[in-house]
Design a binder for this molecule. Structure first.
Ligand SMILES: Cc1cc2nc3c(=O)[nH]c(=O)nc-3n(C[C@H](O)[C@H](O)[C@H](O)COP(=O)(O)O)c2cc1C
Length: 196
């Protein structure tokens, strides 16, 4: 959130799937129209992030990692949408969180409000991955939003031409995004208040 008269909020969106026709990425691509004026959302790609290797980590990590960390650092909040793989979080997403989590407890993820969403062509909507994603974010001192799960079942049937088009799903997500923005505003207000 900037200090200009016209407040702007930046959200970074992260998909747990790097395949070209990903349903999760399609969901994220559909969110901008749900956001109020002054709120921007950019998708940070994970496809060039290498497997985590502490030998490559430090002040100058691989450029795709540095770009991801810059995007997270510049954002006021995070929106994740991920499939579940074998009842858990995809390795691609865990790997990205691991890279972004360094230095430990002082990384760009620290203090960032994060909305977790999952999606699946199946009936559980990927919900079984949510606890793992929440735990990993909590370990980084990010602030996963406490709310009802956003778990999008039968996701493929709700997507057309790479966009989420199902009105009731969009309405449900809009409420979750509003809660994320309220959390961001609450934290910004707390930072501005002088200590007693
Ligand atoms: C390795 C693997 C494991 C999967 N395990 C699950 C699972 O446990 N539950 C589920 O609902 N779908 C599972 N799926 C199906 C994914 O939900 C489906 O491929 C989904 O479309 C992937 O998300 P995307 O469209 O964003 O790429 C699995 C897919 C793969 C490739």
């Amino acid at each position: 959130m900037n200090n200009d008269h016209q407040p702007t909020v930046q959200l970074v969106a992260i998909s747990g799937s790097i395949r070209r026709a990903s349903n999760c990425t399609a969901v994220l691509r559909s969110l901008q129209p749900l956001l109020p004026a002054g709120v921007t959302l950019h998708i940070a790609p994970l496809d060039a992030i290498p497997p985590y290797n502490a030998d490559l980590d430090g002040d100058a990590p691989p450029e795709p990692v540095a770009a991801l960390k810059r995007a997270i650092a510049a954002a006021d909040g995070i929106v994740l949408c991920s499939p579940e793989y074998n009842y858990g979080m995809p390795g691609v997403l865990k790997n990205a969180i691991d890279w972004a989590s360094r230095p430990g407890f002082a990384s760009p993820l620290k203090g960032k409000p994060a909305l977790i969403m999952t999606a699946s062509p199946g009936t559980a909507g990927g919900v079984r991955a949510q606890a793992q994603i929440r735990d990993a974010l909590a370990a980084t001192l990010a602030r996963p939003l406490v709310r009802q799960h956003v778990a999008i079942a039968n996701v493929a049937s709700r997507i057309q031409d790479g966009r989420l088009v199902d009105a009731s799903t969009l309405d449900f997500i809009r409420v979750a995004l509003d809660e994320l923005l309220a959390e961001i505003a609450m934290l910004a207000g707390a930072r501005r208040r002088p200590a007693a």
